[in-house]
Design a protein around this ligand. Structure first.
Ligand code: SF4
Length: 391
């Protein structure tokens, strides 16, 4: 191993600048990746069953839960894509066209307020997106207006969220405060902020994120500004009001488990790679489901090699092996390359595969400067380097 002294990396990841959809799948090492974006953060039990059946028939038998609260089928042969699309369309899971699919990049808190305000804001925002000019493909919105704010770590460019004083604010990602808005005006104000992003030069060569623009330009502010509510920690698997939160290691849900969950009730998707099943019944014991006490709840990892062509090494086997060594209360992210798809936000510990081994980043993201370079899995096994990095 060698300790890092600069931020050089042997192999820079290829930035694609877009996420797959159902109509526009992405080619990966094991076939097409087809992503389903549930509307308003919810999917009916019957739709979940349809996605799981499609994963068994056309994919690799698993459904990936993504950190943008979407469902993804991998390993689809190009020749099967039209039949898979037809199947998803039959269940109302496909947008009318690629442009509509691309725009519908809205993450909704899975723990909405009881008064239905969140659902109304999300519906109004989704409808208003049709009026927007083209935004960068990864540009997205978060509706985080439940009783507590939960999506602070979830990627989004424009946030409608619960304020510290209990009201609602509209906040540009990267800004410390937001503008108070009425619930019935929040969607329109979000669209106005997206127009400002475009007119203020937020897009360069077809790409751009709000936080990067906010570092260069102050977003338009009204006469008042308010702080967002404190951010709550992501919940763990188990009972929740009105249902059950069900997680899967690395968000890889066996289709058979989803078939069983879909029979229990409708489901809210979450950005924590778990599903909130609306049921009064406890889910039956299911293969591949994560228990709250499992060390894998502290770990995230992308598909890595050989599944992603950009990966410099395998990820999930290493993450599984290292999970018991992760200090309590910390999170380990294992990435196949510096792009860090599985955990966009900084993590306590991040391991990044490189052509020479694995680098370790402390309290940072996969693209940040590593603390130690060129590690072998055996160097990490006893957890000593983790404890040292967090000391
Ligand atoms: S982080 Fe993982 S999934 Fe993302 S591009 Fe790199 S290797 Fe592929």
């Amino acid at each position: 191993m060698r300790h890092a002294c600069s931020d050089e990396r042997a192999k820079a990841p290829q930035l694609r600048g877009w996420c797959p959809g159902a109509l526009r799948p992405m080619v990966s090492g094991d076939g097409l990746v087809v992503r389903v974006r549930p509307r308003l953060g919810r999917i009916a039990g019957g739709q979940l069953i349809a996605v799981a059946s499609a994963a068994q028939r056309f994919g690799d038998g698993e459904v990936q839960l993504t950190n943008r609260a979407n469902l993804q089928i991998r390993g689809v042969a190009a020749a099967d894509h039209p039949a898979l699309l037809a199947e998803l369309d039959r269940h109302g899971l496909v947008d009318p066209d690629e442009s509509a699919e691309r725009r519908r990049n809205v993450i909704v808190t899975p723990f909405p307020d009881e008064a239905g305000e969140t659902a109304r804001i999300a519906a109004a925002l989704t409808a208003a997106l049709a009026d927007l000019p083209t935004l960068p493909a990864k540009f997205g919105f978060a509706v985080d207006t439940g009783r507590v704010r939960l999506l602070a770590e979830t990627p989004a460019d424009i946030r409608i969220e619960r304020a510290a004083d209990g009201g609602i604010i509209l906040r540009a990602d990267g800004a410390g405060t937001g503008r108070p808005v009425r619930a019935d005006a929040a969607a329109g104000a979000a669209v106005d902020l997206a127009r400002w992003f475009l007119s203020a030069g937020g897009v360069r060569a077809g790409r751009g994120r709000m936080a990067a623009l906010v570092r260069r330009r102050r977003p338009p502010v009204g006469p008042e500004q308010a702080e967002p509510a404190p951010s709550a920690a992501a919940p763990t698997p188990g009972p929740i009001p009105g249902g059950h939160l069900v997680g899967f290691p690395f968000g890889a849900a066996p289709a058979a488990a989803l078939l069983a969950l879909g029979r229990l009730g409708d489901v809210r998707v979450t950005p924590w790679r778990m599903l909130a099943v609306e049921t009064s019944l406890a889910p039956p014991p299911l293969d591949g489901v994560l228990l709250a006490a499992d060390p894998l709840t502290q770990v995230s990892a992308c598909s890595g090699a050989p599944f992603c062509p950009q990966a410099a090494g395998s990820t999930r086997d290493l993450a599984r092996a290292l999970a018991p060594a992760v200090p309590a209360g910390s999170h380990l992210h294992v990435a196949g390359c510096p792009k860090g798809c599985a955990h966009a936000a900084p993590a306590d510990l991040t391991i990044v595969a490189t052509p020479r081994g694995y680098d370790l980043v402390a309290r940072g993201a996969a693209a940040d400067a590593p603390r130690v370079r060129d590690l072998r899995p055996a160097d990490l096994a006893d957890g000593a380097l983790f404890r040292e990095a967090l000391a």
